[in-house]
Design a protein around this ligand. Structure first.
Ligand code: CA
Length: 241
């Protein structure tokens, strides 16, 4: 049977899903947030992840993309919303299947069985020590790489040209968020909502952290290489040309 990780911040739901999976013969464990989930995924040894999209520490879509950055483990997303567009986006982002809340433990077990059947058929044996190390040991960390910049969201470290950047917690969170969305212009409003999660913070706070981040990265103030400000729109982390 399978080793399943249930990522769900509601302790009651988490327990009932873990229990239901155990009842169906799986070895199931639960965690309450995306960062602990990334730790588990980085450690390998999972056959499937059930990922709630409404998590307190990271947007569910970002959590999914970060998981996909480090592992091919099958992921079933659980969401309270069932818009078609969102589902298509999630499936494109690497979800193997989805369930719309509320669902029963039995429904989850059936979906888990179906996804495991598909992944076994598609990718061959997924748990045993066969195949190349790259396939069986997905622990080559979840580094987000942009040019010479490397961000490790699990270890919470960032390196520029091999040298570790001495970042504060917020600076790291800001850089990691931008790295996860590299090449996209991220509006300051989005940064406030996703990185700060506090409504009383204003744009200036972002600017202060951004200039500190630029200084630590040795960015020329006039022509930043990585951290571009798109005036009136937001901030974009890019690969320098
Ligand atoms: Ca939730």
């Amino acid at each position: 049977m399978a080793r399943v990780l249930v990522v769900e911040d509601d302790a009651g739901i988490r327990t009932s899903l873990v229990d239901a999976l155990a009842l169906h013969g799986h070895t199931a464990r639960g965690v309450g947030g995306a960062f602990p989930a990334l730790h588990e995924v980085a450690g390998g040894r999972l056959d499937l992840v059930v990922l709630d999209l409404g998590l307190p520490d990271l947007d569910g879509g970002d959590a999914l993309r970060m998981i996909r950055g480090i592992s091919q483990v099958p992921v079933i997303v659980a969401t309270a919303r069932d818009g078609d567009d969102e589902m298509i986006e999630l499936l494109n982002a690497g979800a193997d299947d989805y369930l719309v809340k509320p669902f029963s433990g039995g429904q989850l077990a059936a979906r888990v069985a179906a996804v495991l059947r598909r992944s076994a058929a598609g990718a061959g044996p997924h748990a045993e020590q066969s195949g190349t190390p790259a396939e069986t040991e997905p622990k080559t960390s979840g580094l987000l790489t942009v040019g010479d910049l490397q961000v490790d969201p699990v270890g919470r470290t960032a390196y520029l040209a091999g040298a570790e950047l001495p970042l504060t917690r917020r600076e790291f969170d800001l850089l990691a968020y931008l790295a996860a969305h590299a090449g996209q212009v991220v509006p300051k409003r989005t940064i406030l909502a996703e990185v700060w999660r506090e409504s009383y913070i204003d744009d200036q706070t972002i600017d202060v952290h951004l200039s500190s981040l630029r200084r630590k990265m040795g960015e020329p103030a006039a022509r930043p290489r990585y951290l571009r400000t798109v005036r009136g729109v937001g901030i974009k982390l890019v690969t320098p040309r």
